[in-house]
Design a protein around this ligand. Structure first.
Ligand code: HEM
Length: 152
């Protein structure tokens, strides 16, 4: 592995920790902070900082993941899967990451537009649904990331 790829792997790991750690913490906050007044005081301040932090982590993950995938020649396998365990792991991880990225964009746009304001019913459903989906998908992305690393 070259110097650049070594760095990309370290960045990939620290950003995965930040991205997933952040979402787990917000999940815990969502469950424990039930008081409406407290929510109205906390979320308008914490929300935007959390949103940009997570956006930065996800973009860094995608960029460093792209470098790693290129180093291991995984993109050939991604677009021409051959049924091997590694091809299976990269295809599944990439599909989950794609859905996760779309769900994050939906969540981010709604949160950005409605921070500190009332939400419509549809915005509420989309926002809660996407955050739940991101949380669950993260666990599966981690699973396939570990399988991938095990084989490489
Ligand atoms: C939400 C997005 C992502 C998360 C949370 C994530 C998470 C991780 C984690 C935790 C590892 C280390 C696994 C271990 O050490 O056991 C890893 C490794 C890896 N990831 Fe990702 N990843 C993401 C996106 C991507 C993308 C988009 C690609 C490229 C298509 C990618 C390619 C790789 C590769 C090739 C490795 C193995 C690196 C090596 O063994 O040197 N990742 N990922």
């Amino acid at each position: 592995m070259s110097f650049l790829q070594e760095w990309m792997f370290h960045i990939h790991l620290i950003m995965a920790i930040s991205w997933i750690g952040g979402s787990v913490f917000m999940f815990v906050l969502g469950i424990s902070l039930r008081d409406k007044k407290a929510q109205q005081e906390v979320y308008p301040h914490v929300g935007p900082i959390f949103g940009w932090f997570e956006m930065f982590a996800l973009i860094s993950l995608l960029i460093s993941g792209f470098f790693l995938g290129d180093y291991y020649n995984l993109f050939k396998l991604l677009f021409n899967p051959d049924g091997s365990a590694i091809s299976d792991a990269i295809v599944k991880k990439a599909i989950l990451v794609l859905i996760l990225t779309i769900a994050t964009l939906i969540h981010f746009v709604i949160a950005y537009k409605t921070n500190g304001k009332e939400r419509t019913k549809l915005q509420n459903i989309l926002s809660r649904g996407s955050s739940m989906l991101i949380f669950i998908l993260n666990l599966f992305v981690m699973h396939y990331a570990i399988i991938l690393r095990d084989i490489l």
